[in-house]
Ligand binder design. Structure first.
Ligand SMILES: CC(C)(COP(=O)(O)OP(=O)(O)OC[C@H]1O[C@@H](n2cnc3c(N)ncnc32)[C@H](O)[C@@H]1OP(=O)(O)O)[C@@H](O)C(=O)NCCC(=O)NCCS
Length: 216
């Protein structure tokens, strides 16, 4: 990675940084990201609202990790990494920071799909492919984006290396899911392996759910 850039655990982001990270991820995910499309019920005007809710929940849990330019402090890569035992939108305090409001805005169909079908599918999938013991060592990433203008410059890899080293200190490993085949070779290049794969049916279109882990 370019030496002008550093990986940073971002504590208490400013409002301007939150705005920047939401806009960055909205561009990076784009409108062809099938799981995000399903979660907003196909209404992309809601996507920044969802991203903001995720980020504010992540800030509350202090799990935001970024790559930034050390001179300008411009953030180019954004991720959330929950340590074992903690999850996105798993507490009322997290949900109060935008998620509850977001849920009142999506269509009843999208809300039903997300809160029943998708949640159950992911829970059962994870239970099938991870042991309980692994669950106590698994660091989980629900958000990973590099600004499209800065992709393929090693920023994602540098961030993953930092988080992996942090997790491995206590015997942990990294896990995430992706819904786009194009991401698989990127994660394989970052040292991940495929743990499992299923298909998700959504009103906005089916998509694959590919789980990858980095364990060494
Ligand atoms: C996934 C993502 C975060 C990776 O970030 P990045 O900063 O571009 O990552 P890197 O530059 O470290 O690239 C990682 C590896 O993937 C490779 N790679 C990047 N794009 C690739 C592509 N389209 N096909 C194959 N390999 C690719 C890189 O060459 C690199 O491998 P190398 O070290 O062997 O050269 C970024 O592509 C992204 O934001 N994508 C859009 C949002 C998204 O889908 N996020 C993932 C959600 S699960």
């Amino acid at each position: 990675m370019d030496t002008d850039f550093i990986v940073k655990h971002l504590h208490s982001p400013t409002d301007a940084q939150v705005d920047h990270m939401v806009a960055l991820a909205d561009r990076a995910y784009g409108q062809n990201h099938p799981s995000q499309k399903a979660m907003v019920g196909g209404d992309w005007s809601l996507h920044p609202i969802l991203l903001r809710a995720m980020l504010r929940a992540g800030a509350l849990e202090d799990v935001i990790y970024v790559v930034m330019n050390k001179h300008t402090e411009e953030i180019v890569t954004v991720s959330l990494w929950f340590p074992p035992g903690r999850q996105l939108f798993s507490t009322d305090d997290q949900k109060a920071l935008g998620f509850n409001d977001f849920m009142t805005k999506i269509s009843p169909e999208a809300k039903k799909w997300w809160s029943t079908t998708y949640v159950t599918l992911l829970r059962d999938f994870r239970r099938d492919i991870f042991s309980d013991e692994e669950g106590t060592r698994r660091w989980w990433c629900p958000w990973f984006t590099t600004d499209p203008n800065f992709q393929q410059r090693g920023f994602g890899t540098a961030l993953i290396t930092t988080i992996y080293n942090k997790a491995a200190l206590h015997g942990g490993f990294l896990g995430l899911m992706t819904d786009r085949e194009v991401n698989v070779p990127k994660y394989l290049a970052m040292g991940f392996g495929i743990r499992g794969r299923i298909n998700a049916d959504a009103p906005t279109g089916d998509f694959p759910v590919i789980c990858l882990t980095r364990e060494h």
